[in-house]
Design a protein around this ligand. Sequence first.
Ligand code: F3S
Length: 238
Amino acid sequence: MQKDNILFHIFRFDPDNDKKPYLQEFKIPVTRKDQTVLEGLFYIQQRLDNSLAFRSSCRAAICGSCAMHINGKYRLACNTLISKLTSDIITIRPLAHMAIHKDLFVDMGPFWKNYEYIKPYLMPNKPLPATREQIQNPEERSRIDILIDCILCACCHSSCPVTASHEKYLGPMALLNMDRFVSDTRDGAREERLTMVNNEHGVWRCHTVFNCQEVCPKDLNPSGSIAHLKMKIVKNKI
Ligand code: F3S
């Protein structure tokens, strides 16, 4: 039976005014079976407390902006249905291993730095054809089919214990995206890319914990990508 109300316990912290973080309780009316956690957050912000800070954009699990820790797991608030969460209380905390700007809104600067490091664009090693189009056959395209689905939400980054303990670790998101470019037949910098992750901050820092794979809202497999990069490094004697 659908509940009429649900309690949200939300992590609050304003570094300018609060001495320490705390959980604040809000009661949210549940009016539909397909009501999402993100809609609950907007209800709070628009009707109960407009000082609540969180990030969101597309509301369709495409932009990756609304990732947060919801009832024990990193998820997207926009595609997490209140009705699917079994507990009577929904506890929401921000992404981990990043400084808190305010409440659920974190500083993703270091995360983007890791993405920037892997040079997330094609680097062809021959001039482009006159049409500027680099054609791939279906088999070549299938090698990157799944990898290009990464929405850079940072669920994997926050769930990985190694990113917590080793600040310079590139982390599952950057390594999965590196695999995406290494696997792309249009890219001409495979050796350079493999060299970039063949070090103690790259693939060899991964402890194969698999949390990244478990939490990915797009069902991607960063740990598989890391294993793939390791194999390529060994095979190519990088
Ligand atoms: Fe972290 Fe995933 Fe490796 S959780 S340790 S990047 S397998």
